[in-house]
Write a protein that binds this ligand. Structure first.
Ligand code: 13P
Ligand code: SF4
Length: 302
């Protein structure tokens, strides 16, 4: 592993490259990355970097978002097949139908979506900024795509808006049940439950804190409590344990893993840095349109 890391480091210098990794990427990749964070943080880093090459250790929509914001840079993905199923779970025809139905409609698009869906949206959000942005929009009627669970969570926090939900879901978070969480609570009665809003309503109802991966990690770090039940992908174990080796973290499910995020091992990072294969490409007309809601998000979330 040391040899791989040394090679990665010298190629990074030689090519003016940086490595970005999401908290769900494998721990060894988080350890060697220049920046690790949630989707919102990584989008901001990508917007501000002066590197020539960005290697993105995450899933397709994340690499695509970096390319939308940085057309002049080479954006490389360690594995082009790393894709988020939820990113495809909305239909353009449905968006158009909603726009006809509501004159003042804002289509709010979770960043976990394809560039194609972003092209038909008014503003993007991440789980870190969705409530703030939906509250600040002038529109009363909101079509929230693609995630139904995040949309419902936002709707509860912003009751003054009419939020129309769409039937998308994360196959990793939406399978956690209230029963699984209740079982962990019974085993660890002093633990706080920290949950990502992509989980189902019944799971959110049993949670003490609901937030993005970065918010979950920050909460655990700043809390006086020493035990936590974690309802999000198991990659967050790496930063949680690094911050607090003496605290205890129990995951709500035995296997809480996003297979696509795990397609980013150090060997593949080295391979793309060497070969510059797996470049993310987005057609220019599509890029210009899809960037609008992303830029609006970065502006509104400031
Ligand atoms: P964050 O918004 O917390 O980065 O989560 C992204 C994601 O893919 C959740 O499943
Ligand atoms: Fe997509 Fe879910 Fe994986 Fe996040 S955890 S990338 S939403 S499949």
């Amino acid at each position: 592993m040391e040899k791989i890391i040394n090679e990665i480091n010298s190629l990074k210098k030689e090519k003016n490259a940086i490595i970005l990794a999401h908290y769900y990427a494998p721990g060894e990749v988080q350890a060697l990355a220049d920046y690790v964070g949630d989707s919102y943080y990584l989008a901001k880093v990508a917007k501000n970097t002066d590197a020539d090459i960005v290697v993105f250790c995450g899933v397709g929509f994340m690499g695509e978002s970096v390319k939308l914001l940085n057309p002049e840079k080479k954006v490389l993905m360690p594995d082009m097949s790393a894709d988020c199923p939820m990113a495809h779970m909305a239909e353009i025809e449905k968006i158009e139908e909603m726009r006809k139905q509501y004159e003042d409609l804002a289509v709010v698009c979770y960043i976990n979506s394809t560039a194609e869906l972003k092209c038909h949206s008014d503003v993007c959000v991440t789980s870190s900024n969705a409530i703030k942005i939906v509250k600040a929009l002038p529109n009363k009627n909101i079509f929230f795509i693609p995630d139904e669970n995040l949309g419902r969570f936002v709707a509860k926090q912003v009751p003054e808006k009419n939020i129309i939900l769409n039937k998308g879901y994360c196959p990793v978070h939406a399978v956690v049940t209230a029963e699984q969480v209740a079982q962990q609570k019974a085993k660890h009665p002093n633990a706080l439950v920290l949950t990502h809003p992509e989980c189902r309503e019944e799971v959110l109802a049993l949670s003490d804190v609901i937030g993005s991966t970065a918010e979950i990690i920050a909460y655990a770090k700043n809390s006086d409590k020493t035990e936590f039940i974690i309802c999000t992908e198991e990659g967050v174990a790496y930063p949680l344990e690094l911050n607090d080796p003496n605290k205890k973290f129990y995951f709500a499910r035995e296997s809480f893993s996003c297979v696509d995020m795990k397609l980013n091992p150090p060997e593949k990072v080295l391979h793309v840095l060497k070969t510059e294969e797996n470049q993310v490409e987005v057609d220019e007309a599509k890029r210009v349109r899809a960037m609008l809601p992303l830029d609006r998000m970065l502006e509104m979330a400031k």
